[in-house]
Ligand binder design. Structure first.
Ligand code: SAM
Ligand code: SF4
Length: 351
């Protein structure tokens, strides 16, 4: 797909001007300004709620190259994407991801992209934190469900807790803004959530709690793991003063400030509290599949359009088609949590 070298906007075919720059507005009027791009479905951990030990990964030939990903991002920016999150799988296991991040970080100076963020499990952060800071990555989310080494090894099926903690220390030392993401799991990290929150706030990090979602087949029984954040919030409110704050990071977290720790705590509660009315996001996988809802299987394949020289018109037509079909809401339901809402895992779609 070709781009103009002058203004970094897609070259437009006659009559295409409008759709190539029109904002992404879905069928019920929600404007999409946030792209989550999964750059690999591979990972060096095997979190039990995310993927099975013997995971079938996508063939490498199907995965978009560095250049193809950059072209795809540019086309999205031309349609009004202002926030970009690079995710996976584990993005830092992809060999050329640092180059890609460096290239995309430049876009904040040459296009309307305002924010570049990264979600990582932290295992390789110690090697890369300084570069991420140098490129100007705005914020990183580090996923950490426990401060207990044994629980970590059991949950992720890999004994690398020390690497993750070293990564978090390196990221803090490099001056990156860090948020910790913690999936709340019944009977696994339930009892230590207050300790995790106190630790994060003591380090100067925001922390968001996440409800486990029924994504992907063949994982642990979700009903055993599921912990409602409504009940977690009630428990925390007995210990601390939780003051709701209007802060938004542009994602689905709803925040409170804890008076006693001084830190911010987010709740991502797709099951106990649906937040689809304000959804501003779409996701693209490393093979170029566009998903307009995390909780639905229907997707649109952008790869051929990205790979062909004259694919731009088709690309924007596919975007418009996908936006027109963006579901009003996911249909996650605690009562059906053991039945996956999607065949694909979160690691495939991009968290
Ligand atoms: N590997 C990176 C990481 O773990 O941060 C990025 C990808 S991971 C899929 C993104 C986030 O999704 C992580 O915070 C992870 O805990 C979360 N996640 C994975 N599967 C989930 C599920 N079924 N329900 C809720 N969160 C999930
Ligand atoms: Fe890997 Fe992230 Fe999934 Fe854990 S949650 S298995 S780190 S992709």
């Amino acid at each position: 797909m070709k781009f103009s070298l002058i203004d970094n906007q897609p070259e437009r075919a006659p009559g295409q001007q409008d759709s190539a720059v029109a904002p992404l507005i879905d069928g019920i009027g929600r404007e999409v300004t946030y792209l989550r791009l999964s750059v690999t479905d591979r990972c060096d951990l095997r979190c039990s709620y995310c993927m099975p030990e013997r995971m079938q990964f996508l063939p490498k030939k199907d995965v978009l190259s560095f250049e193809e990903l950059a072209v795809l991002v540019d086309a999205f920016i031309a349609r009004g994407i202002r926030k970009l999150r690079i995710t996976g799988g584990e993005p830092l296991v992809r060999r050329d991801v640092l180059q890609l991040l460096e290239r995309l970080a430049e876009r904040r100076h040459t296009s309307s992209l305002q924010e570049l963020c990264l979600t990582t499990n932290g295992t390789r952060l110690a090697q890369h934190a300084a570069d991420l800071k140098r490129f100007g990555v705005d914020r990183i989310n580090v996923s950490l469900d426990t401060l207990n080494r044994e629980t970590f090894a059991e949950l992720t099926r890999r004994d690398v807790f020390d690497d993750v903690m070293a990564g978090i220390r390196a990221a803090k030392a490099a001056g990156l803004t860090i948020k910790i993401n913690t999936v709340a799991l019944k009977g696994i990290n339930e009892a230590e959530l207050p300790d995790l929150i106190s630790w994060a706030h003591g380090e100067g990090f925001d922390l968001s709690l996440i409800e486990v979602m029924p994504l992907g087949e063949g994982m642990t029984e979700r009903s055993k793991d599921f912990l409602s954040l409504q009940s977690v919030r009630e428990q925390l409110a007995q210990r601390w003063t939780l003051d709701p704050v209007p802060y938004s990071s542009g994602g689905p977290s709803r925040y409170v400030r804890i008076a006693e720790t001084g830190g911010r705590l987010g709740f991502i509660s797709p099951l106990s509290h649906n937040f689809c009315d304000t959804c501003n996001r779409v996701r693209v996988t490393c093979t170029g599949m566009l998903y307009t809802c995390l909780g639905h299987d229907g997707g649109i394949d952008l790869r051929d359009a990205v790979r062909s020289d004259d694919g731009l018109v088709r690309f924007h037509a596919l975007l418009d088609e996908a936006l027109g079909q963006k579901p009003a809401r996911h249909d996650f339901d605690v009562a059906r949590i053991d039945t996956p809402s999607t065949v694909r895992t979160m690691s495939h779609t991009g968290g």
